[in-house]
Design a protein around this ligand. Structure first.
Ligand SMILES: [Zn+2]
Length: 345
């Protein structure tokens, strides 16, 4: 993999996390809507008259614009002030004085282009000197903008090209068929959203292990923080690291010792077949989550957590998470299992 492709992947990961945080989880799981399309403020705006899609909350609009860039076509779906479409970046930030005088901040690039720029009737009277200077800069810049007779193209900002478009990413995110295993464990549980995202990243092989950070040139050594000389890849971090053997033995006493995150997660899911599926799934995700937290405690705080400590954290997390479980779900078996993981001696 080339350096630029590696960096693309890193960016993709970062943005996909933010995207996931934006999307209504219920819609996502129900799979009935296309949240990405609904996140596009201008598509939504166009639809408001005729179709019954929800209107985007204002903070979501802002976030959507903040994480995407636009290659201008006809300018009709691009916000003049809030999208990243010019070399100056977001114009609201580049020309703050002029922005503060603007009467309609929701205008599109197409509208401004058709009018040949901003005029007196678009602005409050009596511009300040700073706003007048901004307007001069803008007029110069606008002469360089040539709209094209094709739709604007929007993609995730920070990627080096628009090869990976936002809707491609979205399609990849929400299509479990043919994707990595464990998608039911990932989504069909009452684990918090950030933990589901963490597990999604793990399933897609995008966890920032020391091995991957080393390959991307971010750190000098790929070694596991607990095992000098052994690179920290996901399978080692979550399953094979010797310090975890006691924990896995508590989680699946007498169970198989499996070499990969996928096989370990699947085995644990089978191990917990007596639990309601959502509870079992939450338990699997929780085990990986507390291992990740324990590893981070070592890296960032030089804190070595014993198997018993990690087991207690597992219990504490699940105790909080069950508050989010459907009321009809019987969570007692899950609580009992947690207690057995803690009680081993
Ligand atoms: Zn290790």
């Amino acid at each position: 993999m080339t350096a630029s492709r590696a960096s693309d992947r890193e960016q993709l990961l970062a943005w996909s996390q933010r995207l996931l945080q934006l999307i209504e989880w219920t819609d996502w799981i129900a799979g009935e809507s296309n949240p990405w399309t609904e996140l596009d403020p201008f598509l939504v705006r166009r639809r408001q008259s005729g179709r019954k899609h929800p209107v985007l909350a204002r903070h979501q609009e802002a976030e959507c614009r903040a994480i995407t860039a636009v290659a201008l076509g006809d300018g009709e779906t691009t916000s003049f002030w809030h999208d990243t479409w010019s070399e100056a970046g977001v114009l609201r930030d580049a020309l703050p004085a002029l922005y503060s005088h603007c009467l309609d901040v929701h205008t599109t690039v197409a509208e401004v282009g058709a009018a040949g720029g901003l005029h007196d009737n678009d602005l409050q009277p009596r511009l300040t000197a700073a706003a007048t200077a901004d307007l001069g800069l803008l007029s110069d810049a606008l002469t360089a903008v040539a709209l094209q007779p094709r739709p604007d193209e929007r993609w995730l900002q920070g990627l080096q090209s628009n090869k990976v478009r936002a809707d491609d990413l979205y399609a990849a995110l929400r299509t479990p068929i043919g994707g990595p295993a464990l998608s039911d464990i990932n989504w069909d549980s009452f684990a918090p959203k950030k933990v589901q995202v963490f597990f999604w990243i793990l399933r897609h092989g995008r966890t920032k292990t020391r091995g991957s950070l080393h390959r991307h040139g971010s750190i000098d050594s790929p070694d596991c923080p607990f095992c000098p000389g052994i690179p920290e890849e996901a399978d080692h971090l979550f399953v094979m690291c010797p310090r975890l053997q006691q924990l896995w033995a508590r989680v699946m006493p007498g169970g198989p010792l499996l070499p990969t995150t996928t096989s370990a997660a699947e085995a644990l899911r089978v191990w917990l077949h007596d639990l309601p599926p959502q509870a079992a799934n939450a338990a699997v995700v929780a085990v990986f989550w507390v291992i990740w937290k324990a590893r981070n405690a070592m890296i960032f705080h030089d804190e070595l957590q014993s198997a018993e400590t990690i087991a207690r954290h597992l219990q504490a997390h699940l105790k909080l998470w069950v508050c989010r479980a459907p009321t009809k779900l019987d969570v007692e078996p899950l609580k009992l299992w947690c207690q057995t993981v803690v009680d081993v001696n």
